[in-house]
Design a protein around this ligand. Structure first.
Ligand code: GUN
Ligand code: ZN
Length: 431
């Protein structure tokens, strides 16, 4: 029997990229709108009265003035860092050695991995995020735990075993061969199973030998349908270190390019300090860059050129980068992207921020139309936002004159209290 449900509220949808076209032309707001869910997918988005009249038998949930949007898509995070988010006082390399690596060493224990994986998925849903793109640890158990936790909750996720064979503690090192073998086995086990996507995952050039990068490049050539995720040009001392480790490389990107790790389904996190050659090559290959604004300020990395790169047509996703990032909330993440824009002299429009957190991340993941999209045919991954979730936000929203004036205070000041309900593949998971 067909499972149907009708959600009523204000609806917000996009029909194009507001970095390429005026936002007015590609954003669609309906004050009294409706979304018809059918067997886990969105069957229609339209006017409330019209869809109600056409589907009188379908159960209804009326969210009143709340805003129905596509669920948020986090395009880069580290679920094993959930329990150590907000660790004080270090920049990237020291932060990895002091806080991150000791915590990641625990994930060979399947029970611990399962606990943190479940906790992370629940925190994501509580914050309105329906898709996570995560690094795991070197332990295959950590990958099984994450895909298992996501499957239990019906979530579409992208993840992979984080490969490292140098510049990390013994407890966190694999080899070129075991990285290849484990990644291949896990990819064959999980990729395309349910809503799981396997991403080949070298952590970053400093923690992989040339042999390991080469092995993972060979694996990607065998499975080009899989994404490949890594880090690129995040922090100046990191880039200097890469130059010392790979003296023959033209630049940071070249350490990936040389080994077959530059490609269309490549997801390059941070990408702050890009040289012109790197930008040109990334554009040529239609690669995806992932903006991690709370992390870039928290770890002290720098100011990503969102407007320059997105308006040049690059695929750009938005991400929390938990736990280098300081929040599980994609609302906080949008706020940080706005603030970094201001520091660069640019006011990113709220339509652009909401697009990045949904459609932009989906496009970066090559999952447009499937996730991050409030439109017919997409998975019914839906977040409902209360635009007056705290007294401070409400008194501001009460005087809003148009939809963006009503949404922007929630972007800047909202958190999990703003998340009224979350639907994943047509099932209500929260609210
Ligand atoms: N570069 C390599 N590993 C990491 C990580 O775990 N977090 C961040 N922010 N950058 C990295
Ligand atoms: Zn990261």
């Amino acid at each position: 029997m067909t499972q149907q449900h009708l959600l009523l509220g204000q609806t917000l949808a996009f029909s194009g990229d507001p970095f390429q076209t005026a936002w007015e032309d590609v954003t669609h707001h309906t004050r009294r709108g409706a979304v018809l869910i059918e067997d886990g997918r969105i069957a229609a988005v339209g006017q409330a009265e019209v869809l109600r009249a056409a589907n009188p038998q379908v159960p209804v949930t009326d969210y009143g003035d709340a805003l129905i949007t596509a669920g948020f898509v986090d395009a880069h995070m580290h679920y094993p860092q959930t329990a150590m988010i907000a660790s004080w006082g270090k920049q990237l390399i020291d932060w990895l050695n002091t806080y991150t690596f000791p915590e990641e060493s625990k994930f060979g224990d399947p029970a611990y991995a399962a606990d943190i994986a479940g906790r992370t998925c629940d925190l994501a849903l509580a914050h309105g995020t329906t898709t996570l793109t995560s690094f795991c640890t070197i332990h295959p158990e950590s990958v099984d735990a994450f895909f298992g936790a996501a499957a239990d909750r019906g979530m579409a996720v992208v993840a992979g075993k984080t490969c490292m064979d140098r510049n990390a503690p013994d407890t966190l090192r694999d080899t070129a061969q075991t990285a290849y073998d484990d990644s291949k086995r896990l990819l064959q086990k999980w990729h395309g199973v349910g809503r799981a996507t396997y991403a080949i995952t070298p952590r970053f050039s400093p923690t992989s030998t040339p042999e390991q990068l080469e092995a993972l490049g060979a694996l990607w050539a065998e499975f080009p349908d899989c994404p490949m995720q890594t880090h690129l040009s995040e922090q100046v001392p990191e880039i200097d270190w890469v130059k010392r480790l790979f003296p023959e490389a033209r630049d940071y990107l070249d350490t990936y390019e040389k080994f077959g790790l530059l490609g269309t389904k490549g997801l390059y996190g941070h990408a702050i300090w890009l040289e012109d050659r790197e930008k040109a090559r990334l554009a040529e290959y239609d690669c995806s860059l992932v903006h991690c604004p709370t992390s870039n300020t928290f770890i002290g990395s720098g100011l990503f050129d969102l407007m320059g790169l997105a308006s040049a047509g690059m695929r750009v996703g938005l991400a929390t980068d938990t736990g280098g990032g300081s929040s599980f909330s994609m609302l906080h993440t949008m706020a940080a992207a706005y603030e970094i824009g201001q520091l660069r002299g640019i006011a990113v429009h709220p339509a652009q921020l909401m697009w990045l957190a949904t459609e932009g991340s989906a496009r970066a993941l090559h999952m447009s139309g499937e996730i991050g999209h409030l439109g017919t045919g997409a998975a019914a991954d839906i977040t409902v936002l209360d635009l007056g979730s705290t007294p401070a936000i409400k008194q501001r929203t009460d005087r809003a004159e148009h939809i963006w004036d009503a949404v922007f205070p929630t972007i800047m000041m909202g958190d999990d209290r703003a998340v009224r309900a979350v639907w994943v593949a047509g099932e209500k998971r929260l609210g």
